[in-house]
Structures are given as structure tokens and as C-alpha cells.
Design a protein around this ligand. Structure first.
Ligand SMILES: NC(=O)c1ccc[n+]([C@@H]2O[C@H](COP(=O)([O-])OP(=O)(O)OC[C@H]3O[C@@H](n4cnc5c(N)ncnc54)[C@H](OP(=O)(O)O)[C@@H]3O)[C@@H](O)[C@H]2O)c1
Length: 255
């Protein structure tokens, strides 16, 4: 990886939700590319497992407790992890899903989903970019959205709305932060077996969905490795405000 345009040696990378699922994979891939990775979430024991795996593979990582929905927690986590210094790459991966139909969704559930999936990425990116701008250093923000940010599926209203808003926030961030040398892009994954999506994928509806994926398979974590390395590294220097869809063709408007 060294001397490659995807090399992350010398970069400090933060991955929210880095203790499980896709976030743990993103952390491992970027550590293997040379980054020092800070994994953040509420469950420190899960973060510690990610750190152990990265260290066992010869990489550098630290675990940092953070609740992305809390401004104070985000500020304190940055201070604890990097002091007055900067995070070069932020991957806003933390997210939650809610099952009820729109008629059955209560206000608390709605607020929790928007707080984790939309306010959280803004709080984390804002803290990172304030520091980068003050230090006059360039950076990268990668927001993990979903194909449900543009496609519609019954029973995912609050989640889909948060992911659609995150895509638009990505464009706003890209335009406002270009002047600081910060690029902001998104990834829209299709379906991957994780704690968040596993139950749905095991259900009859989930199994039926498999038949509609042109590549006839769910995503495996490595399918996302190229997209995260591209958007985190110098290879994407002239990309900003875009979204890379990694879904085996599921979201194509097929006639
Ligand atoms: N799996 C899929 O098929 C799929 C498809 C499209 C998009 N995505 C997106 O991919 C991202 C990762 O999801 P996943 O599938 O890997 O599920 P996951 O394993 O459940 O990961 C979600 C992570 O977010 C963290 N998190 C949730 N709320 C948080 C908060 N308030 N503060 C800090 N961390 C928080 C959780 O850690 P703690 O509970 O320890 O805080 C957890 O590690 C999500 O944004 C999801 O929407 C997934």
C-alpha cells in the first residue's frame, strides 16, 4: 500500500460505530492502509475488540467512548483522543434503525433515529472541520448513508428520511468546506449482514429481496473496501459532494 495513492500512512482516522459491523471493517481496512485509527461508540468493550484485531494485524488503533448524539460527548472524545490536534479523516458510520411503520412510530423513536443518523454526523464532522480549518490542514469526511437514502421501503420511514437527509447534508458540507481543503462524500451500501440489518435479512421479506439483487447475493464487507479507501485517501482529491453506491445493482431503476 505504501507509495500508492490509497496509502493512509501518517493519517489519523476516526470511525464512529467502529466496534461492530461495517464500522469495524472500515477501521481495519484503513489501519491496514497505514492510518492510526480512533474507533468511537458507546460500547467500549466492542471498540476494544476492534483495537485488538487491528493491533494483532500490526496496525495502530485506540478506542474512544463517544455518543454521537451528544455535543459534549463529541467534544470530549476529540479532546481525549487527539488533544489540540486534528483528525484527518472522519468516517460517520454510527447509525441506528427503527422498525415501526410511520403510523406506529412514536416521537421518541423518530428523534432517536434522527439524532444518531443525522445530527451525529454533523456534530462529529463539525468538530473535525473546525479543528482542521484552525490548523489550516486538509481533510476528508465520509458519511455512511444507505440505498434507502434514495429508494423507498415500507417500514423504514424514519431511517430512510435520516439517510436521505445525510446525503443532502453531504452536499452542503462539500460546498461549505471546500474552501478548507476538506472533501465530503458518502457511501450508500446495499444490504450486508450486521447487527443492524441481520434480522431483516433473515425474514421472509429479506430473503425475497435477495432475488431482486442483480448480482444475486448480499454484500460482503470487503465489497466496501475499495470505496472507503478511495474516499479516505488522496485518490479522491477532486471528488466532493458525491455518493458511491455499493449494492450489487439493487437500486438500479430496472425496466
Ligand atoms: N448493514 C447494512 O446492510 C447497511 C446498509 C446500508 C447502510 N448501513 C449503515 O452502515 C452503518 C453501520 O451499520 P451496521 O450495519 O454495521 O450496524 P451495526 O453493527 O449495528 O453498527 C452500528 C454502530 O453504530 C454505533 N452507534 C449507534 N448509535 C450510536 C451513538 N449514539 N453514538 C455512537 N455510536 C453509535 C453502534 O455502537 P454502540 O451501540 O456501541 O454505540 C454500532 O457499533 C450505519 O450507519 C447503517 O445505517 C448498513
Amino acid at each position: 500500500m505504501k507509495d500508492s495513492i490509497f496509502d493512509l500512512t501518517g493519517k489519523t482516522v476516526m470511525v464512529t460505530g467502529g466496534g461492530t459491523g461495517l464500522g469495524r471493517h472500515f477501521a481495519e481496512v484503513m489501519a491496514a492502509a497505514g492510518a492510526r485509527v480512533i474507533v468511537c461508540a458507546r460500547r467500549v468493550e466492542k471498540l476494544t475488540e476492534t483495537v485488538s484485531a487491528i493491533e494483532a494485524a500490526g496496525g495502530q488503533a485506540v478506542a474512544q467512548a463517544m455518543d454521537v448524539t451528544s455535543e459534549d460527548s463529541v467534544r470530549e472524545a476529540f479532546a481525549a483522543a487527539v488533544g489540540d490536534s486534528v483528525v484527518d479523516v472522519v468516517v460517520n458510520n454510527a447509525g441506528v434503525v427503527a422498525k415501526p411503520s410511520l403510523l406506529d412510530t412514536d416521537v421518541e423513536t423518530w428523534d432517536n433515529v434522527q439524532a444518531a443518523n443525522l445530527k451525529g454526523p454533523w456534530l462529529v464532522a463539525r468538530e473535525a472541520v473546525r479543528r482542521l480549518a484552525a490548523a489550516e490542514k486538509p481533510g476528508r469526511v465520509v458519511n455512511i448513508s444507505s440505498i434507502l437514502g434514495s429508494a423507498v421501503q415500507k417500514g423504514t420511514g424514519p431511517y430512510s428520511a435520516s439517510k436521505a437527509a445525510l446525503l443532502h447534508l453531504t452536499r452542503n458540507m462539500a460546498v461549505e468546506w471546500a474552501r478548507y481543503g476538506v472533501t465530503v462524500n458518502a457511501i450508500a451500501p446495499g444490504y450486508y449482514v450486521t447487527d443492524l440489518a441481520g434480522e431483516f435479512l433473515e425474514s421472509p421479506k429479506g430473503k425475497a429481496l435477495l432475488a431482486r439483487i442483480p448480482q444475486r447475493r448480499l454484500g460482503v464487507y470487503d465489497d466496501l473496501s475499495g470505496a472507503i479507501l478511495l474516499l479516505a485517501s488522496d485518490a479522491s482529491a477532486y471528488m466532493t459532494g458525491t455518493c458511491i453506491t455499493v449494492d450489487g445493482g439493487l437500486s438500479l431503476p430496472i425496466v
